[in-house]
Design a protein around this ligand. Structure first.
Ligand code: CTP
Length: 398
């Protein structure tokens, strides 16, 4: 499965490093070439000799090993791989990656690379759950770093919980997933998702019921076909998709800025349920009851239309611009008109009347409208709808 693929395996300094030796074997069994890099800490647990013997290749350890620099160089070392795998990814290594440190061979290679990176974290449960580590992991997710595990279970330190490194077979499976060539390889797609929150005062906001589930599923499906995905999400409750670059925003105006900054793209899918209006003025302090019994009036201002803005670009417009139309009646008629009005190529229309259970639910029933007409898809899970849409996008961009 991994024949012809080159894995640069960075082994961090944790007790789980013993599993990395088996990981090398599993990668070799799958047909991959493995170049091991051991951190100083890793060398306390396993020796470069064992790693190199199992890999059948030299194991690298030192940034300032001049022979290595002459032979290859740390930049070349990172670029010649198809995938960088960090296993075990210790709390320290994760923090270094999140902070952009480059003070040894492993961290320098990770900084110098433009190759996909997969981390397999392993650490004590308290360390894994520590806010600092969670912050760092979130940063890596935003940076588009892939992750497998950690698993939950008994740990070498005697505690129980999340923190145990994923099993070598799981890591190899994750690597296979990320190395698969898909029809969207080399394409960049922007996906907006979730609701937006429009502040009224420091404690209140205007929002809607979008969970972000459909947008997340679309981003995952596009990534699975090999696309580089920038996922711009409002405060959604759905889990972030894996293997994509996540940009978190709150308001419609922030979402527009993030989308504009992420351009150029080959396609853009606007699945976010953007709030149409925001409070005309946001007050710095909480609005109080004035005792008169009369509620305060709330003046609204219209938000920028992100879809229409991108679809109407004369320069740098993505080849394919896709909008969604959340309607409660006359779905097809409204969506067809919306496609024209917004200037997008396709509109994915769905009926969000409460009785359909679609908004916030697991299923969706959509009609895809393009210049050629309307195509109704049977009701299916949001994952299935996302896969079908990603395949249609791949065909259109192909
Ligand atoms: N959209 C957007 N920016 C906005 C409003 C909507 O990018 N300010 C996008 C949505 O992401 C979606 C499409 O426009 O892809 C249609 O959203 P929808 O809420 O159905 O339509 P509206 O433009 O809000 O029109 P209306 O409320 O009149 O139905």
């Amino acid at each position: 499965m991994l024949t012809g693929k080159r894995i640069l395996l960075i082994i961090g300094g944790g007790i789980a490093a013993y599993k990395s030796l088996d990981l090398i074997r599993q990668f070799k069994k799958a047909g991959a070439e493995v170049t091991p890099v051991l951190t100083k800490g890793a060398r306390e647990f396993v020796t470069p000799l064992s790693a190199s013997a199992l890999a059948g290749e030299k194991a690298f350890t030192d940034l300032f090993d001049l022979t290595d620099e002459a032979e290859m160089g740390h930049i070349e070392l990172s670029r010649s791989a198809d995938l960088l795998v960090v296993a075990p990814a210790t709390a320290d290594l994760i923090a270094k990656m999140a902070g952009g440190h480059a003070d040894d061979l492993a961290s320098t290679v990770l900084m110098a690379t433009d190759t996909p990176v997969l981390i397999a974290p392993a650490m004590n449960v308290r360390m894994w759950l520590h806010p600092a580590n969670q912050r760092n992991v979130a940063t890596l997710t935003t940076d588009g770093i892939h992750r497998v595990g950690p698993d939950e279970g008994d740990m070498a330190c005697g505690e129980f919980g999340p923190g145990r490194m994923a099993e070598p077979v799981e890591i190899v499976d994750a690597a296979i997933h990320h190395l698969m060539d898909g029809p969207l390889k080399g394409k960049h797609v922007i996906v907006t998702s979730g609701p937006t929150h429009e502040p009224i005062d420091p404690v209140r906001y205007l929002a809607n019921r979008s969970s972000g589930a459909q947008g997340s599923a679309i981003a995952s499906a596009l990534a699975a076909l090999g696309a580089r995905v920038t996922f711009v999400s409002g405060p959604a409750t759905a889990t972030d998709p894996g293997g994509v670059s996540v940009i978190r925003v709150e308001s419609a105006r922030q979402m527009l800025d993030a989308v504009t900054a992420a351009l150029p793209a080959d396609a853009a899918v606007f699945a976010a349920a953007v709030a149409d209006w925001r409070a005309e003025t946001e007050t710095d302090s909480k609005i109080k009851k004035d005792g008169s019994g009369r509620p305060p009036s709330l003046a609204l201002a219209e938000n920028p239309d992100i879809l229409a803005t991108v679809a109407g670009m004369t320069e740098g417009r993505p080849d394919l611009v896709i909008g969604f139309a959340a309607e409660t009646d006359d779905v097809i008629a409204h969506a067809t008109a919306k496609r024209k009005r917004k200037g997008c190529d396709w509109i994915v229309a769905n009926d969000v009347s409460p009785e359909t259970g679609i908004m916030g639910g697991d299923e969706n029933a959509v009609t895809v409208i393009d210049a050629g007409g309307a195509e109704a898809w049977p009701r299916a899970s949001k994952t299935e709808v996302a896969r079908k849409l990603a395949a249609r996008i791949a065909k259109a961009l192909g």
